[in-house]
Design a protein around this ligand. Structure first.
Ligand SMILES: Cc1ncc(C[n+]2csc(CCOP(=O)(O)OP(=O)(O)O)c2C)c(N)n1
Ligand SMILES: [Mg+2]
Length: 347
């Protein structure tokens, strides 16, 4: 049993809110969001092959339920921060897909003015603090956001996503120690897709039950969640956010998920079998929610086709618009370098 440092069983403090049943319209909204994220990324894969995207591009295909279910459970005023596999989080946070395509294509109209690319989506007005390329480097920033919220006595929580590979970085441990010490309102969420690039978790981590690494070490209790189930993600994140808002400190969620595509666009995937990928695809988060909605007579085949057509048209229109946009001016290389010069954002 993991304790929260006060000798209180976390099991009694953090339970998924079984009573919180999402409404049909909420579930339909999540379904649309997941279909949008996947369609967006399929277009990204195509654009990458057409050499419209420079630099790295890490797709989120298979992991959509994690961002969609968890972001739905927090408030727009809460902070969200993630690593480089950030397309799904940005879309789930409500960012428009045109500035995202424009960012990927290096255009001036991109959300980071075309200077960040795939790994640096950002929208401070939506309290979405990136998009960070260096493994584990944003986790101390999440601790800083949590500290700011507590210091200013604001009723905010931080939702911080990172990969299983990032948990072996020193920055992870430094950040969690301070978050545990100061009881900061942070949900540390590992998107445990089993791999850091081509290395399986079992070959990289001495302890593979990841919550054991935060509970006793930093007084940050943990729970496991099925990351292929959008509703489970929603319920567990609601419970976790409530735990943080009550002043209990931080919480850790070990989210079991899987990426269907390679680590990045240039990964031959020799470290896993096609059968392994197919096994996870049987639990596809979109298919799963679609079935739940159909079983409840909220969705039918006709509506599925209609949604798919609408979303694919939306994606094509945004891509075409971004493709036609202008590149930044040469003089723009000198802007957005120091704090408080990015757009009209003021801390
Ligand atoms: C400090 C640092 N070391 C190495 C890399 C190269 N690198 C990029 S992604 C990655 C694997 C990270 O895996 P994980 O945290 O599990 O995230 P996932 O890709 O599975 O989402 C590595 C080693 C990097 N970007 N930063
Ligand atoms: Mg991983």
């Amino acid at each position: 049993m993991t304790l929260n440092g006060k000798g209180v069983s976390v099991t009694t403090l953090v339970e998924p809110q079984q009573k919180i049943d999402p409404s049909p319209s909420q579930m339909m909204d999540w379904y649309r969001q997941m279909v949008l994220i996947r369609a967006f990324e399929m277009r990204c894969a195509q654009s990458y092959q057409q050499q419209k995207i420079g630099g790295f591009c890490h797709l989120y295909v298979g992991q959509e339920a994690v961002a969609v279910g968890s972001i739905a459970a927090v408030r727009p005023t809460d902070y969200v921060i993630t690593a480089y596999r950030d397309h799904g989080h940005a879309i789930a946070r409500g960012m428009d897909i045109h500035p995202l395509f424009a960012e990927l294509y290096g255009k001036k109209t991109g959300c980071s003015h075309g200077k960040g690319g795939s790994m640096h989506f950002f929208d401070a007005k939506k309290n979405f603090f990136g998009g960070h390329a260096i493994v584990g480097a944003h986790i101390p920033l999440a601790t800083g956001l949590g500290w700011a919220a507590k210091y200013r006595k604001e009723d905010r929580v931080v939702l911080c996503y990172f990969g299983d590979g990032a948990m072996n970085q020193g920055s992870f441990h430094e950040a969690l120690n301070l978050a545990g010490l100061f009881k900061l309102p942070i949900i540390f969420m590992v998107e445990n897709n089993g791999y850091g690039m081509g290395t399986h978790l079992h070959r990289a981590s001495a302890v593979t039950d990841l919550k054991l690494r935060t509970g006793d070490a930093y007084g940050i209790p943990g729970k496991d969640v099925d990351g292929m189930d959008c509703v489970a993600m929603y319920r567990m994140t609601m419970a976790a956010a409530e735990y943080c808002r009550k002043g209990n400190g931080s919480i850790f969620l070990d989210v079991k998920t899987y990426r269907y595509r390679g680590h990045s666009m240039s990964d031959p995937q020799k470290y896993r079998t096609k059968e392994e990928v197919a096994q996870y695809q049987e639990h596809d988060p979109i298919g799963r929610l679609e079935k739940q909605l159909k079983d409840s007579h909220i969705l039918d085949d006709k509506k599925v086709t209609q949604i798919s057509d609408e979303i694919h048209a939306q994606v094509e229109a945004a891509h075409e618009k971004a493709d036609a946009d202008a590149y930044p001016d040469t003089s723009d290389v000198w802007s957005d370098i120091y704090a408080n010069t990015f757009g009209d954002y003021k801390a």
